[in-house]
Design a protein around this ligand. Structure first.
Ligand code: F6P
Ligand code: MG
Length: 280
């Protein structure tokens, strides 16, 4: 698996340059989830694919920007699901974005995930690698990712990141979020899953929620390349990740672009979600 992590590091350095200097315009393509692809989405997907082609242990790749699963090496052991440039529409307002990777064996159900990596392209470029634990790395001046620390969530945090449009929220979700704010939590939400979850992980905890909504009952975030990788990172950092009732890593996607409502956080906040959601 280390070779895959090295390939991700190499790709991340190339994607970072692309973000800084590449063309931020739209392409003519619409991806499987209905987003019009930016030229940067397509270019970063190609960079990552190029780096993964060099790694013989990767059997196949599933990208948010590709309609179908792509076979790389028949004898490979791992399937890598990735979102090459999450939050890419934030680039034109110069906010942080990221790349997310889930490393799977024998399938792409939540229980098949064996490792997860994400990269944050912000004022600094950072990478979090989750295997037995979750570790933070930072890109240095020599172009190497150096380990900074192991990430550990507290039992309870102070941040509340709430996704989707409020007019589509179920009433019980609205009640839960209002109660959390009433208890003194601060709103932190940029609209980029990677920096928003990274902030919760590094500030010790809190809650990130992307609920079911009236127009999207299964939420928006994709299981294979967004939700499962972050669920794995949160669990390895001592946190919890659920769909409202159930552990996210117990879910089985019905297709590669399947989505789910999701809640990531430290123990106390997730306990509050479970209490409220179990009544409905
Ligand atoms: O990939 C989808 C995404 O851009 C995530 O990065 C982010 O968490 C989410 O959409 C934001 O969605 P919304 O604007 O509906 O809260
Ligand atoms: Mg995304």
């Amino acid at each position: 698996m280390q070779k895959i992590i090295d390939a991700i590091s190499a790709a991340a350095i190339r994607v970072k340059k692309l973000i800084e200097f590449g063309d931020t315009g739209y392409s003519e393509h619409i991806n499987k989830t209905g987003d019009t692809q930016l030229k940067l989405d397509i270019a970063s997907d190609l960079i990552i694919e190029e780096e993964f082609k060099k790694i013989s242990s990767i059997k196949s790749i599933i990208s948010e920007e590709k309609d179908e699963i792509k076979l790389l090496h028949v004898d490979g052991k791992y399937i890598v699901g990735y979102d090459p440039l999450d939050g890419s529409s934030l680039i034109d307002v110069n906010l942080a974005v990221g790349s997310i990777f889930g490393i799977y064996e024998n399938g792409t159900e939540g229980s098949n995930i064996v490792g997860a990596v994400y990269v944050v392209y912000g004022p600094r470029t950072e990478m979090v690698v989750a295997k037995e634990d979750a570790r933070l790395y930072r890109l240095n001046e020599s172009g190497e990712f150096k380990e900074v620390k192991t990430i550990k969530l507290n039992q309870k945090g102070k941040l509340n990141a709430t996704g989707a449009t409020q007019k589509g929220w179920p009433t019980y979700h609205k009640k839960l979020i209002e109660e959390i704010f009433a208890d003194g939590y601060r709103l932190r939400y940029s609209g980029g899953m990677v920096p928003d979850l990274h902030q919760i992980l590094l500030k010790g905890g809190g809650l990130f929620s992307y609920p079911s909504t009236s127009d999207a009952p299964k939420g928006k975030l994709r299981l294979v390349f967004e939700v499962f990788p972050f669920a794995f990172v949160f669990e390895k950092a001592g946190g919890v990740a659920i769909d409202g009732k159930k552990r996210l890593l117990e879910l089985k996607p019905s297709h590669i672009h399947d989505t789910s409502p999701c809640f990531f956080g430290s123990n106390e906040e997730i306990e509050r979600v479970l209490n409220e959601y179990s009544k409905h």
